[in-house]
Ligand binder design. Structure first.
Ligand code: PAF
Length: 289
């Protein structure tokens, strides 16, 4: 595995890979790798000749009150994990490499951001698309891998790629779960014992929603109320949101049909957990009548 820290060296290596006709699978990360990232790298390895991973804690996607300075970093451990999972090129730039001087052009996301986590994180997705535009240009990936746990990020990135004709395929990788269904997250360690026992009911509520939809329910409000009640009854967490939209457009729905996402965020004492399901819903039988 090559570890590259400067842009010129990266460009030279990417040029070599491109000249050899190899496909490139790209896994962008902010480091402190966990099983979710490693699954993305494994998926990239299955379908591409070369796997490139980036580790860059992107200041542009952190709000003034967010934890950019405190964001966990452990590059040596990350490099070891990346090597073990088959990454070929690990790119670890400094902030000055990625943002050298004042930007003369900025990117601003205007769709798919005023809902879910985006509603409270002003500017977050502008920072995500800005850094990904830079990384996509540098790395020229054939495919780029993103976890469905951050479904809104995937929706926004798919919008970027579609609007600006990036020649990259965005691969949606299913959420990795614990045996009891809890979505894996670095934040799960911050749950108390009692909260950890309660937390699987987030996913169970989403599965119950799917069962009701399979049985014919198409009213978003009744599904959202059911999930909210379930979470309130079975956990000590405070609901931040439970929402349902079309996916990946993230448009409001008067009835549940087509590709939809049902997503929730719940604040526990030290950890805010998010989860979602994305399902394909048949139109109602009488919808054309
Ligand atoms: O999901 C992340 O870790 C980041 O948002 C990403 C995609 C690496 C961009 O900084």
């Amino acid at each position: 595995m090559k570890v590259i820290t400067n842009i010129q060296d990266l460009q030279a290596s990417i040029q070599q890979v491109k000249n050899s006709g190899s496909s490139i699978g790209f896994v962008p990360t902010m480091g402190y790798l966990h099983e979710g990232h490693l699954t993305l790298a494994e998926e990239a390895g299955k379908n591409n000749d070369t796997v490139v991973m980036s580790i860059f804690v992107n200041p542009l996607q952190f709000g003034p009150n967010e934890d950019f300075d405190r964001y966990p970093r452990d590059v040596e451990r990350d490099a070891e994990l990346a090597r073990n999972v088959g990454v070929d090129i690990l790119f670890i730039p400094e902030v000055v490499d990625m943002y050298d001087g004042k930007q003369s052009v900025t990117l601003s996301v205007i769709e798919r951001v005023e809902v879910l986590c985006g509603r409270k994180r002003e500017g977050h997705f502008d920072g995500v698309v800005t850094v990904l535009t830079k990384l996509f240009h540098l790395i020229q990936p054939t495919r780029a891998y993103f976890g469905l746990k951050d479904a809104q990020q995937i929706a926004v990135v798919e919008g970027l790629v579609r609007d600006y004709f990036f020649p990259v395929e965005i691969v949606r990788v299913p959420t990795v779960r614990e045996e009891d269904g809890l979505a894996k997250s670095s934040r799960n360690v911050y749950l108390s014992k009692e909260e950890r026992r309660e937390a699987p009911s987030l996913y169970q509520s989403l599965i119950e929603a799917k069962n009701r939809i399979d049985a014919g329910e198409r009213d978003p409000d009744s599904i959202i109320s059911m999930i909210s009640m379930n979470v309130q009854e079975n956990t000590s967490g405070k609901i931040d949101y439970v929402e349902a939209y079309s996916f990946p457009e993230l448009a409001e729905l008067s009835r549940l049909q087509g590709e939809i996402i049902i997503a929730l965020a719940v604040q526990f004492q030290q950890a805010r957990l998010i989860d979602n399901i994305i399902i394909s819903v048949e139109p109602e039988e009488d919808s054309n009548v």
